[in-house]
Every structure is written in structure tokens, then in C-alpha cells.
Design a protein around this ligand. Sequence first.
Ligand code: FAD
Length: 324
Amino acid sequence: MSKKVLVIGEAREGSLRNVTFEAIATASIISDGGEVVGVICGTDNLEEMGQEMIYYGADRVITVANEDLKTYTSDGYGQAIQAVINDESPEGIVMGHTSIGKDLTPKLASRLESGLISDVTEVTEDGGSVVFTRPIYSGKAFEKKEIIEGLVFVTIRPNNIPVGTRDDSRMGEVTQKSVDIRNIRTVIRDVIRKSSDGVDLSEAKVIVAGGRGVKSEEGFEPLEQLSEVLGGTVGASRGACDAGYCDYSLQIGQTGKVVTPDLYIACGISGAIQHLAGMSNSKVIVAINKDPEANIFNVADYGIVGDLFDVVPKLIEEIKQMKV
Ligand code: FAD
């Protein structure tokens, strides 16, 4: 049965995050030929971002411009999105399982007494119904869920659902909605980005991660060079963060970021269960560790037993040669 499904877009520095396009692809499956309506809140570039959502499959887009939506707050975005939901009465709402998605959707779902299927990694159609797959128990098992009835929020894990093809001949209306936003209890004084290159770990296609085996802040330099030649970004285990070799914003795992890149290279990481919880769904895992018994080799597709300070420079040279 065809449905109207809202997609809550997410932007960073005036452009849409890739997970928004993944959410549109998900919404298209749920809508089953119904209507996919994009929503984008903020202050800058909203019309252009709305148009981009249409190119990726939204049928129309509603923009909510308000100075109080310049930076995300639970109160501000909660009011804006709820106002759109009240107008549109959708049957499904999709957004990324990002920091914002994880904050906003449970709050709205409980306020609207609706369902929530979070952290979805796969969406399939099975005999007329849509089946959502999500990891449980830190990725050790998967559960499958279906929507039986009523409004349901769905958050999707970045980098898992294939994006539809961009088609700039697609037409659709981008309309503005004004929302009176009140009583924001959070005051954002400044936004300080910790990761220098601005690449979001949760959306990175290639991650070179370092653990305690990297031994120092300087020890991360070869990893940075390797990630640069591969067009990726650097991540870390909590061991490396706790040791002060890098910033906690790089931490991957149960209490860090959950990532699903195409390629994950773990350097000097033992493979503790809490680390695996954040990266074991990566498409290809390469482990470099001098201990052949290290647990990381149990999840790796390719393992290199050796000293990372010998192996990583050789890999960089080889990759550079391949590019010549
Ligand atoms: P270690 O376990 O010390 O491993 C270092 C590895 O480097 C070893 O395998 C060693 O053989 C190898 N090595 C050393 N020198 C070299 C070299 N020159 N070349 C190659 N290999 C070398 N951890 C996370 O990562 N993310 C989390 O989100 C997280 N959350 C946690 C939550 C809780 C509640 C708890 C209790 C723990 C959590 N941890 C988390 C910590 C986790 O249990 C491990 O302690 C941590 O992952 C270990 O980090 P590591 O693999 O870098 O260090």
C-alpha cells in the first residue's frame, strides 16, 4: 500500500550529508510508490539543498528557515519537524542514525506515541511488506522488523543503504514553511570542530585506524599518510585515545563512533569486543598486528602479521606506485 514518507535531511556547513540521500532511498522503498517528502531546516542554502533532495528522489521538499535552527538543538528542531509532521500527516519518517537522528527521533516518537526502528542497516521488500534489519548485542546478531500499522520513525546507519542515482532532470516543488520557535533551553555559544580535515568518520569510505600499538601521537603520522593516499580518514581505538595519542573524536567502538566503510585498516589494534562493536560491519577489514594471536584477525578479511612501522610505509609506497 502506498504511503507518504518524510525524510529529515541533515546538512553540514551548507551541504547535505550523504546519509540524507540514503534516507531518501529508504523512504522510496517504504513509500511503495507513494510520496517522498524531504524536510530541511537551517538558515543557509536551503533552496539548493531542497533541489538536491529532489534530484536524489524526493517528490517535493519543505524548507524551514529560522535563525534558531542555525545549529541543531533538540528543542528547536523538535518544534520545526513536529510542525511539518502535523501539516503533512506522514505514515513514515526516515533520517540518519547520526548524533542528531539519535537525539531527535526518540523524542518525537514518544511525543507522537509512534514507533521507532533505529540503526537500520538493510531495507528489503518481502512479499509486499518492508523488512528492516538492525544489528543487536553490539553487532553479534541481527533482528528483522516490519511496520504493522501507525506512524513509525526509522533511523538508518550511514554507509549501508545504497543511494539512488542523481537525476538533475527530476522536477519537484521546494516550498518554505515558517515555524514560530520558542523556549529553546539549550544555548549554543560556539561550535568547535575537533577533527582537522572535517571528514566525518561515520560516512568515510576508507578508514585507517590506530590503536595502542601506534605508541605515540607521532606514531599516527604514517597512518595519516596511508589514509591520504587512499582518500580516507584516520580513526582510533579507545586504547589510543586513552593513551593520549589522539583525540576522542576519533574513537571507534561501542562508546565511540559506529562505522561501516568500504575499507577499514586496523593498525596495532588488538580487537577487543568493544572495538569490534564499532567496525565489524566494515565491508573489507585489513588488520596489521605483530601478534598473530590478536583477536582482530578473527574479523579481518586480510591479515598482516608484522610491525606496523615496517608495513604501513611499504603499503604507502606500493599504493603510490599503483597510482603512477
Ligand atoms: P591494546 O589492546 O593494548 O592492543 C594493542 C595492540 O597493538 C596489540 O594487539 C599489540 O599486539 C599490537 N601492537 C603493538 N605494537 C605493535 C606494532 N609495532 N605493530 C603492530 N602491532 C602492534 N575500545 C574501543 O576501541 N572503542 C570503544 O568504543 C570502547 N568502549 C569501551 C567501553 C567499555 C565499557 C569498556 C570496558 C571498554 C571499552 N573499550 C573500547 C576498550 C577496549 O576494551 C580495549 O581496551 C581497547 O579497544 C584496546 O585498544 P587497543 O586495541 O588499541 O589496545
